[in-house]
Design a protein around this ligand. Structure first.
Ligand code: HEC
Length: 259
């Protein structure tokens, strides 16, 4: 056989053994597949977790679904890139640039790259006030002069489907989001309580009443939460909020926020 290989080449010989050739081909494809696949699985385990990043509350989750349903992500990204100008513009109030560990519970992620409106990854730090969001959603031009953002007045009228929340949380749990069984079962009650708190906040700020079961409450809860978990992490320990001179810089947007 040695002579045969020499004269015709190893490849020719292998081709003459269909079964062996098939097995070897399959093996080499499998090895190639594993080399591609394994890093994905391993990276998933080695993403730098941020301890303060928790799954969305039921109400925030509902708000996130409304955000997606209304197509907000077609105009707003949620990803601050690690460049100085980005951090100054969008990484306000200790948020810094976006880290992988922030989006471990995002299904699907909403990083985006289209910025017709500003990046919202740190919106909860920039504009924590509930009433501002209610007014802005009802009529963007009432809070932001000349805004080209469309109005969403129906969110102040349509009701939240509280009863559908348990199923949503259960599905996410099946996909790996660590929701406690208690949270899943009481999702509607937990969401109602949070919505009521935000509705009270809006009333106290002089806004409309009777919003506690309206979709806008879920959206506001979601917007208020954006970036807050990351800021909590940098409060707690050494921060890596980006180049040290940029993270805390004031920008036009921050100045705007005081209105
Ligand atoms: C057609 C593009 C477009 C769509 C769709 C859109 N926005 Fe906007 N958004 C803008 C623009 C432009 C601004 C900046 C002017 C302003 O504040 O209204 C903005 C501003 C914002 C701000 C204030 C950001 C800040 O801190 O300065 C928030 C919050 C926001 N949008 C949320 C939403 C949500 C939630 C939705 C979906 C319900 C949405 N946007 C849909 C274009 C859009």
């Amino acid at each position: 056989m040695g002579r045969f290989i020499k004269s015709n080449g190893m490849h020719r010989t292998l081709e003459g053994w269909p079964l062996v050739f098939t097995v070897l081909t399959t093996l080499s494809i499998l090895v190639g597949g594993l080399v591609e696949f394994l890093p994905l699985v391993l990276v998933n385990n080695s993403v730098d977790r941020i301890e303060t990043v928790e799954p969305w509350t039921p109400l925030e989750l509902e708000g996130r679904d409304i955000y997606i349903a209304e197509g907000c992500n077609t105009c707003h990204s949620q990803q601050v890139r690690p460049f100085r100008h980005e951090i100054e513009r969008y990484g306000q109030n200790g948020g810094g640039y976006s880290k992988a560990g922030e989006t471990v519970y995002e299904r699907p992620f909403l990083w985006g790259s289209k910025r017709t409106g500003p990046d919202l990854a740190r919106e909860g730090l920039l504009r924590p006030q509930a009433l501002w969001h209610v007014r802005h959603m009802e009529d963007p031009r009432s809070t932001s002069k000349g805004s080209i953002m469309p109005p969403y007045p129906h969110l102040l009228e349509k009701k939240i489907d509280f009863d559908g929340l348990t199923a949503k949380l259960r599905t996410l749990k099946r996909l790996g989001t660590p929701y406690a069984e208690e949270t899943i079962e009481n999702a509607a009650t937990i969401a109602r309580t949070q919505a009521k708190a935000i509705a009270t906040e809006v009333e106290e700020q002089g806004g409309p009443t009777d919003l506690e079961d309206k979709k806008i409450m879920a959206l506001v809860a979601y917007l208020q939460s954006l970036g807050t978990d990351v800021a909590a992490a940098s409060d707690a320990g050494p921060s890596d909020a980006g180049p040290s001179d940029a993270g805390s810089a004031e920008s036009d947007v921050t100045a705007d926020a005081s209105k």
